[in-house]
Structures are given as structure tokens and as C-alpha cells.
Design a protein around this ligand. Structure first.
Ligand code: HEM
Length: 470
């Protein structure tokens, strides 16, 4: 039973609003508690879940924050009452890098951009990328030698970058692509520093070293991406159509379903979407793959089953798109890794009007957070939640759980547009690597998940590859 004296306060009515239980004082008051770390909210979220269950509130910097840990409430926010929410402010501030791209824009811009971009992400279109993914994974696996340790986390970043370069820009990892990755990393490294400013937009002109660095990186990125867009614009329609990369498809796309306005994207919109897709699709998949190899190394039975499947489906030949549906166990391995280590580890929304969730009634401008990391490890929905069991993702097991007990790709109208792409990339990369290697984790560094923009391993993840003999 939670003791609602001291640190905690029970559910109560405040004027016309009804609040769930939560922390009695603003978060800063609890700074010395082990569950408060301002660089990492996961321990706080876990503490709120353990103490209060499905819903709790606290206050931070004058804001009312509600932490939701119930799939039904997540469904209310992302689907049933979606019109009462917008994206949360910290994410809004990513606009300084991503402008009005799909992740950061609000309606009506978002609806239009999503409609224009959707065809480029259709299943059939995405299928064209299977061979690019397999070739990239082959070239990654060719670089390892039996028994020679390497950092799997860096290797998966490198693999994911190759795949993004080939599918988004139709190029190898050229110095230009590398500098896109470097500049994006620099900016993301500065992100926590930058969002700390309450009036960020005005600060962006100041000569503060971090801000100057940001401006330089952004200018460099803009120049590279502008060049790539200009090179597509210079092509005839036929030439563009014969190309297969996502950027060419976005240049070609028009808003045909719109209200008579059949214009395509402006250069600025293309720039925003290109950086958005680059950012959204690169580190997420890389981290999911790194965590998968770690979990496999700790679970030899699952590894054996996956290898048996890969041997039966592929033997020695290169995987193709047709093999993808046969690699069911490999897909479940990837799904289970994203349950335990979801790359997108939390999401947030801001209410734009009064909203009701269960017995509670909240004012406009309430911040709502929910965490894939916490919900997907919650004993209410998962037996022995910390055990790695790919079988949980068999169809008959999936249907017994609420939709939002598992949501690595979010849900509702903002659900990840790259989801089909990410599944195919994950499964074909795992299978191609497992054809040749079994990876053994070497405990040189502790395994600590770091909740940055994505959930990444904090330290190098050293692995010893063992050549598989069949
Ligand atoms: C394992 C890999 C991935 C994970 C876990 C992931 C997760 C997510 C999540 C949770 C969202 C919703 C965010 C929100 O509603 O607040 C999202 C949105 C998005 N993702 Fe992914 N993603 C992955 C891979 C990709 C890839 C490969 C691409 C592109 C090629 C991509 C592009 C996007 C875009 C453009 C959005 C914004 C969609 C919108 O709001 O309309 N993602 N992703």
C-alpha cells in the first residue's frame, strides 16, 4: 500500500480538475532520491509505476506532468482522443534542426506531408530495398575475422549508416554522407544543452560556443542536403522515376489526395524530411540490432533456433525479399529485443484542451508521458518480464495483450512511417550476419542502457565472432 503522507499525495480534486496520486512537491525537491536523475527519467518513471500503478502526476518547472502506465490510457492519448493532444514541447524544439518535418510538424502541415511521403514507404516500394540491405549486411560481416573482438554497437551503427546512404540517397557511405552523420551527431550531442534555454529561438543568434557550433553544423548540413536535392531536381521525370532512392521518390511525390493542391514539396520541406528520415531511421535500427546481438549472446537456445531457421530458409545463398516472410523466428527475436530495449523508450504529448482519462480530469497544457521501456517490462502484461522469450510474439500470444502493451513504433496517426522498413532491415540484417557468425559477448564494459534520444548502450559492446560451421 502506498503511504500518502510524506513524499506522496493521494488522488484529489483541484477546482474543476481531478488529479491522480503523485509526488507531493515539485520534482527538484526529490533531487537526492536515488530515483531522480535529471539526465535520465527512466528510474523516475519506474518509481512512479511501482508506487502508483497506472497513472501518477508530478510537477516540474511549473508544469503539470502526468505519467501514464496503462495501455488503455496510452490508446486514449494516441488514438481515441488524439485531437486533444499535440506533440510534447521538448520534441517541438527539435524544430531547430528538423524544421517542419514529419516528426516535429503539427496539423495541418503534418497531415499533408504524411500524405505526400506515404507512397515512398509502402510495403511494395520498401521491398525494393531488400537487396541493398542484404548487400550492406554482407559487407559488414565480411569485415570480421574469427575470434577477433569488435564493438557490435559501432558495427551496427556503421551497417545502419550504409543502409540509409543506399536507400535514402542511393550512394555508398561517401565523405558527404559521413559528414551528414557527424553533423547530426554533433547537434544531437548539443541538444540537451540547447533545449535548456527557455527562449531558444532568440538564443540561437548569440555568440555562445555551443550555439555557434550548432549554427555551423546546421549550415553545413543544409549545404550538403541542398546539393543532393538540387541534383535530383536537375533530372528529368523519367530519370527520376528510374531511380530507386527515397529522396528521388520524395522529390517526385505530389499531394494527389489533397484538396486540389497537387503541388509537391518545396526544397525546404524536402530538406526537413530528408534530415528527419535520416535521424529517425539511422540510430533507432542500429541500436535495436546492437541490443538484439547482446540478448542473443545471453540466450543460446534462442540463438540456436534462429540459426536453425536461417539455415533451413537460406542455407548459403543471399537472402531475398521472398525469404523475409519465412524468417518468422528471426522476426520474433527482433521483436523481443525491442520489447526489452525499445530504441524509442518514451513518448510525450501535450493536451490542447481539457481531457478525461478514467476517473481523472486534466486541464489544457498538461504534459503526458508514457514509456515503452517501462510498459513493455511491466509484470501486469508480461510474465517474467525480464526473460528473453521470442515466442511471446507468436500470433496467438499477441492477441491476448492490449494493443499498447507493446508499441516500439508508437501508434495512431503518428505511428512510425518507417516501421515496415525497420522490420525488414532488422530481420534481413540479422539473418545475413547469422548465416556466418555467432557473436559472443565479452564483458569488458558494463551493459548500461543510456536514455538519450534513442536507448543506446552507454559503453562499447564488445563481441567475439565465432565462424559457424554447418
Ligand atoms: C527500430 C527502428 C525504429 C523505431 C523503434 C522507431 C520508432 C518510432 C516511433 C515510436 C515513432 C512515433 C513518435 C511519436 O509519435 O511521438 C516514430 C515516428 C517516425 N519514424 Fe520511426 N522508428 C524506427 C525506424 C524508422 C525508420 C527506418 C524510418 C525511416 C526510414 C523512420 C521514420 C519515422 C518518421 C518519419 C516518423 C514520424 C512519423 C509521423 O509523425 O508522421 N523510423 N518512429
Amino acid at each position: 500500500m502506498t503511504d500518502y503522507t510524506g513524499d506522496y499525495i493521494g488522488a484529489r480534486t483541484e477546482g474543476e480538475w481531478r488529479m491522480p496520486p503523485g509526488l507531493r512537491r515539485p520534482l527538484f525537491y526529490y533531487s537526492r532520491r536515488p530515483w531522480v536523475s535529471f539526465g535520465n527519467p527512466i528510474p523516475l518513471f519506474e518509481h512512479l509505476h511501482e508506487t502508483f500503478g497506472p497513472i501518477a502526476h508530478y510537477r516540474f518547472l511549473g508544469n503539470l506532468i502526468v505519467f501514464v502506465n496503462d495501455p488503455a490510457f496510452v490508446q486514449e492519448i494516441l488514438v481515441n482522443q488524439v485531437g486533444s493532444f499535440r506533440k510534447e514541447r521538448t520534441l517541438q524544439r527539435m524544430k531547430i534542426l528538423l524544421g517542419e518535418g514529419l516528426i516535429t510538424s503539427d496539423d495541418p502541415i503534418h497531415i499533408r506531408q504524411r500524405r505526400i511521403a506515404a507512397p515512398a514507404f509502402h510495403r511494395q516500394r520498401i521491398g525494393n530495398y531488400a537487396s541493398e540491405i542484404v548487400e550492406s549486411a554482407q559487407s559488414t560481416r565480411d569485415r570480421w575475422s574469427d575470434g577477433v573482438e569488435f564493438d557490435a554497437s559501432a558495427a551496427m551503427m556503421d551497417l545502419s549508416l550504409r543502409i540509409v546512404a543506399r536507400t535514402l540517397f542511393d550512394t555508398e557511405v561517401t565523405p558527404e554522407v559521413l559528414s551528414v552523420a557527424d553533423e547530426v551527431n554533433t547537434i544531437m550531442g548539443l541538444y540537451n544543452f540547447l533545449v535548456a534555454f527557455p527562449k531558444l529561438e532568440s538564443v540561437l543568434h548569440w555568440p555562445i560556443p555551443g550555439v555557434v557550433k550548432f549554427r555551423k553544423s546546421r549550415a553545413k548540413l543544409d549545404a550538403i542536403v541542398a546539393k543532393m536535392i538540387a541534383s535530383r531536381r536537375a533530372l528529368s521525370r523519367e530519370n527520376l522515376e528510374s531511380r530507386n532512392d527515397l529522396l528521388s521518390m520524395l522529390v517526385l511525390s505530389k499531394d494527389e489526395a489533397g484538396d486540389g493542391d497537387t503541388a509537391g514539396m518545396t526544397d525546404e520541406q524536402l530538406r526537413d524530411e530528408t534530415l528527419t528520415i535520416f535521424l529517425a531511421g539511422y540510430e533507432t535500427v542500429a541500436n535495436a540490432l546492437a541490443w538484439t546481438w547482446y540478448l542473443l549472446s545471453q540466450n543460446p537456445d534462442a540463438t540456436q533456433k534462429m540459426e536453425d531457421e536461417v539455415d533451413a530458409v537460406l542455407g548459403d545463398r543471399a537472402a531475398t525479399l521472398d525469404d523475409y516472410p519465412q524468417l518468422r523466428y528471426t522476426e520474433m527475436v527482433f521483436a523481443e529485443a525491442m520489447r526489452l530495449y525499445p530504441p524509442a523508450w518514451a513518448m510525450g504529448r501535450l493536451s490542447t484542451e481539457a481531457v478525461t482519462l478514467g476517473d481523472y480530469h486534466f486541464p489544457p497544457r498538461t504534459h503526458f508521458f508514457f514509456s515503452q521501456y517501462v510498459l513493455q517490462r511491466s509484470p501486469e502484461w508480461w510474465d517474467e518480464p525480464l526473460a528473453f522469450r521470442p515466442e511471446r510474439h507468436e500470433l496467438e500470444n499477441k492477441t491476448t495483450r492490449p494493443r499498447f502493451a507493446y508499441f516500439p513504433f508508437g501508434g495512431g496517426r503518428r505511428q512510425c512511417i518507417g516501421e515496415s522498413f525497420a522490420w525488414m532491415e532488422g530481420v534481413l540484417s540479422l539473418a545475413t550476419i547469422a548465416q556466418r557468425w555467432r557473436l559472443h559477448f565479452i564483458e569488458r564494459f558494463p551493459v548500461v542502457p543510456q536514455a538519450k534520444i534513442t536507448l543506446r548502450p552507454k559503453f562499447p559492446m564488445m563481441m567475439r565472432p565465432e565462424l559457424r560451421v554447418r
